[in-house]
Design a binder for this molecule. Structure first.
Ligand code: GCU
Length: 389
């Protein structure tokens, strides 16, 4: 009898120590309380909790993605040491994956400055048509302002997300998902199977595999950047892959930077209804039941800690819930505090045009509507200047 009671007691969740009051005060899941109820207080305890959180995000939101394929080759298809009138070197690299007899290829574009070793490299997950990342520079776009980035001493890279997974509910598996799974009918895929957002993040990680090998790149100074749906993927890449020293989310909104529990702008129900090919099917059950989600987006930022992250919102972009994006960043403070980093007050939403950097987290609210602009880029470069002086 005594043994049974002892066993029952051992199964009980231990009472939380008084410092873990996060959920009581915020109504959000506590990033520092692990599944067994323990309240973490030191960075040494974090890796285990980090694995739990990664598993929860993969299992309920982004889906479970594979790692490297059986074979990954990098083929530098073109190199121009006198690009941009001599200011930069351009490399066009094919990343060729081979897996179970199948082959998949996507291209990485990389400009590095000739005047100096790059201060860092920004990798954009481009969800826009190819002309926005024109390697010939005949077409220019502030979505990927390569000249401006080079002028500030940084390298800039891009991949086209549609080569990894088409942004289309009927054909999204025709890319890296089929590389791993073959042509499996959708009905046979698991509820936690990966879809486009995770496939785009997977591509960012493979691009990092290449960047680590490029002699013109310092792999300790690579930023992954995405706008909107690309921002959701950039955050998930930065959360999973500790090689990204800086993660940049530009107006990533629902299931990106913005808290899901806030009923503002796009909701879990809407994003899954309109874009059923973005997230794991498991995510659908939380539409209208956000309180039941085992995680919220502040914990995505927690997964990036203690590395750097910059969030940009646009004042007129209500669909992305700018204040909810700021709160996502701010409510990760308890985890950043494990390393002694200053907290960000979730109630102190910065005003328009007053970018803020609270090492290692940046936030800016710029005037205007949804979009990735030259001004956004300048502000992310400002963050990088502070990180990598
Ligand atoms: C839609 C979608 C958003 C997404 C945006 C974009 O508005 O609802 O979730 O962020 O497209 O990618 O521009």
């Amino acid at each position: 009898m005594g043994v049974v009671v002892a066993a029952l007691l051992a199964c009980e969740v231990p009472p939380r120590p008084p410092e873990c009051t996060f959920t009581a005060t915020t109504g959000l899941p506590d990033p520092l309380v692990s599944r067994d109820g323990a309240c973490l207080t030191s960075p040494a305890q974090w890796p285990r909790r980090r694995e739990e959180l990664l598993d929860l995000f993969a299992g309920t939101i982004y889906g479970r993605a594979p790692g490297r394929p059986e074979r990954l080759d990098f083929e530098v298809r073109a190199r121009d040491g006198a690009a941009m009138g001599g200011a930069a070197t351009l490399k066009r690299v094919d990343l060729v994956s081979r897996h179970q007899g199948r082959v998949h290829t996507f291209e990485l574009l990389l400009f590095t400055p000739n005047a100096r070793r790059p201060r860092g490299v920004f990798l954009l997950l481009s969800t826009r048509p190819d002309r926005h990342t024109d390697p010939t520079r005949v077409e220019r776009s502030e979505y990927w302002p390569a000249e401006d980035v080079i002028a500030r001493g940084y390298g800039i890279a891009a991949l086209q997300t549609d080569r990894l997974a088409p942004d289309d509910r009927a054909t999204f598996t025709r890319g890296v998902i089929e590389l791993f799974e073959g042509p499996v009918p959708e009905a046979q895929r698991r509820r936690d199977a990966w879809k486009t957002i995770a496939a785009w993040s997977w591509g960012a990680r493979r691009a990092m595999d290449y960047l680590e090998t490029d002699p013109d790149v310092d792999p300790a100074r690579v930023a992954v950047v995405g706008h909107s749906r690309g921002g959701k993927a950039a955050l998930w890449a930065g959360a999973q892959d500790e090689r990204f020293a800086l993660t940049v989310s530009n107006q990533s909104g629902c299931a990106g930077a913005a808290l899901s529990r806030r009923p503002v702008g796009e909701t879990v129900e809407l994003v899954n209804a309109v874009f059923p090919h973005w997230f794991a099917d498991a995510f659908r059950r939380y539409g209208g039941r956000e309180d039941e989600l085992p995680v919220d987006q502040h914990e995505l930022f927690a997964l990036i800690a203690p590395r750097a992250v910059a969030v940009g919102s646009a004042a007129e972009d209500e669909w992305s819930d700018p204040e909810g994006e700021f709160q996502g960043l701010a409510y990760a403070s308890p985890v950043f505090s494990l390393w002694g980093h200053a907290a960000i007050d979730p109630a102190a939403w910065p005003r328009v045009d007053e970018p803020r950097f609270t090492f290692p987290r940046g936030y800016q609210l710029r005037p205007g509507a949804h979009g990735l602009t030259g001004l956004d880029w300048q502000r992310y470069l400002d963050v990088a200047d502070q990180l990598w002086p």
